[in-house]
Design a protein around this ligand. Structure first.
Ligand code: NDP
Ligand SMILES: O=C1O[C@H](COP(=O)(O)O)[C@@H](O)[C@H](O)[C@H]1O
Length: 516
């Protein structure tokens, strides 16, 4: 190969066996997936498409699986199928094979209409499920029932009671009953605990899957591997080397169409208390004894319990101009659509390192990332401090990537330094690999009985303990959001807080995306 020309070589990764401390017992027999709230937005946009993807990849066998939609709306099987049909195939457009699969998948779906608080509908649902179990299994099969609550939390207790009384799996057939619950799981510590107690009286913790879809994202799932399977991170990942950590969520659209829901919750309950805090746990926790779900969740709880109370002067709240124009939002709403909150972890590894959690709607870009900023190099003989600190960035979305910003010699005759990067862009490195949707993986985990990526009750409690005092101060109007322009970076005070917390922005760094 002549000098100056590049040779692009595609290498196959070693095909390692999946690393699991949980044995997935291969189960055969009837599997009923019941989507409660089947007429709603979440079901249509997330749950059914995830089930379809699992079906296409062979994880849901047509001779075993039956899918039931349940909701109050009175529609026929075909009407439900027509509602969801258009959401099943990903953006890339449908191939003839996809369309054939869609037809086969939709045939697995039946719809049952009923209320959420009376037995009639649930008895009918049970009858429908039981008929498919018997017709598919004869006497030897299993009765596996997965109830997915794509519903507002206000109806969780009554729905769980109905499932418990009318729809449990048939013990003579064996199998299990599991329930999947979505966020928001409570509005504060007290309401979350109340909900946990109500559901806990009906189901064992091992039957309850509290979903946080950020735990299903590829690069979130990569965090433990990165941290604990790479020697060079082990000695660096602590207060001696890390100056600050940012966990950022930005959306470039507002609460469109969801103002009513959003106004009751706000950005801290919608994003920070759950998604960003879960990411924080995985960034900050100690190494678990093993990959067993309980070992991992034990470590997550410990780190949450080490978080100090939030100080008001380490919080910036914002609300974008025009948010209150939504007719479903009260004219004097105090709900933040943006927030930066600094959390401090009081333990040996992290004392003094700010964890800056930032989330906002209607901003200038859409991204979710973790940015670990390292301390300045002591005794800087190259005088390169001005060029910026080392940063390790894990971009969860869009375009999954991780890159390490580092200082190198500027190529050429002079001895000067420049900021560059070690770059692992997934689109480039894993060409042709489809990254599964978060919901797809998490639903598969629920079928397999793997709770590693689900939130345990004590974890949830610890998460609410961190944010409840701040949320109550906001709800009482003691803290007020600052206005910001839609399409901006949010309130300028948030960048000031970032700086106060010790973050040093790199100026002049330009990334030139590689071309193939
Ligand atoms: N593999 C890849 O795809 C790679 C992509 N890149 C790209 O190169 C570009 C530069 O990378 P990088 O330097 O890491 O990222 P950015 O330029 O996006 O951000 C750097 C940091 O500066 C903050 N910031 C930005 N503007 C301001 C401001 N006005 N005041 C205070 N803080 C500010 C950001 O906060 P905030 O999060 O709030 O914006 C972020 O913490 C990015 O677009 C990045 O995606 C770089 C390397 C590899
Ligand atoms: O849970 C929620 O998440 C979405 C953002 O999810 P993403 O996977 O697209 O990052 C957010 O828009 C919504 O407000 C929130 O309820």
């Amino acid at each position: 190969m002549g000098s100056g020309s590049w040779h692009m070589e595609r290498r196959d990764s070693f095909k390692n066996e999946p690393v699991k401390d949980v044995e997935h017992v291969l189960e055969n027999g009837s599997l009923s997936i019941i989507v409660l709230g089947a007429s709603g937005d979440l079901a249509k946009k997330k749950t059914f498409p995830a089930l379809f993807n699992l079906f296409q990849q062979g994880f849901l066998q047509p001779n075993e699986v039956h899918i039931f939609g349940y909701a109050r709306t009175k529609i026929s099987d075909d009407e439900l199928r027509n509602r969801i049909r258009g959401y099943l195939v990903r953006d890339k457009g449908a191939s003839p094979k996809d369309l054939e699969d869609v037809t086969k998948f939709l045939q697995l779906i039946k719809y049952v209409s009923g209320s959420y608080d009376t037995e009639e509908g649930f008895r009918l649902l049970d009858k429908e499920i039981s008929e498919t179990e018997v017709s598919r299994n004869g006497v030897d099969g299993l009765s596996r029932r997965l109830f997915y609550l794509a519903l507002p939390p206000s109806v969780y207790p009554s729905v769980c009671r109905m499932i418990r009384h009318c729809c449990m799996n048939k013990t003579d057939l064996g199998g299990w009953t599991r329930i999947v619950v979505e966020k928001p799981f409570g509005k504060d510590l007290q309401s979350a605990e109340q909900l946990s107690t109500q559901i806990g009286e009906l189901f064992e913790e091992s039957q309850i899957y509290r979903i946080d879809h950020y735990l299903g994202k590829e690069l979130v799932q990569n965090l433990l591997v990165l941290r604990f399977a790479n020697r060079f991170f082990l000695p660096l990942w602590n207060r001696d080397n890390i100056e600050n950590v940012q966990i950022v969520f930005r959306e470039d659209f507002g609460t469109e169409g969801r103002g009513g829901y959003f106004d009751e919750y706000g950005i801290i309950r919608d994003i920070i208390q759950n998604h960003l805090l879960q990411v924080l746990c995985l960034v900050a926790m100690e190494k678990p004894i093993s990959l067993k779900p309980e070992h991992i969740r034990d470590e997550k709880v410990k780190v949450l319990q080490s978080v100090l109370p939030i100080e008001d002067d380490e919080v910036v709240l914002g609300q974008y101009d025009g948010y209150r124009d939504d007719p479903t939002v009260p004219d004097h709403s105090n709900t933040p659509t943006f927030s930066t909150v600094v959390l401090r972890i009081h333990n040996e590894r992290w004392e003094g390192v700010p964890f800056i959690l930032k989330a906002g709607k209607a901003l200038n870009s859409r991204k979710a990332e973790i940015r670990v900023q390292f301390k300045d190099v002591p005794g800087d003989i190259f005088k390169c401090k001005k060029q910026g600190r080392n940063e390790f960035v894990i971009r969860l979305q869009p375009s999954e990537a991780m890159y390490m910003k580092l200082t190198v010699k500027q190529p050429g005759l002079e001895m000067s330094t420049v900021q560059s990067e070690l770059d692992l862009s997934y689109g480039q490195r894993y060409q042709g690999v489809t990254i599964p949707e978060a919901y797809e993986r998490l639903i598969l985990d629920t079928i397999r009985g793997d709770q590693q990526h689900f939130v345990r009750r004590d974890e949830l409690k610890a998460a609410w303990e961190i944010f409840t005092p701040l949320l109550h101060r906001i709800d009482n109007g003691d803290l007020k959001p600052l206005p910001y322009k839609p399409g901006s970076r949010g309130p300028a005070e948030a960048d000031a807080l970032l700086e106060k917390a010790g973050y040093v922005q790199t100026h002049g760094y330009i990334w030139i995306p590689p071309t193939l």
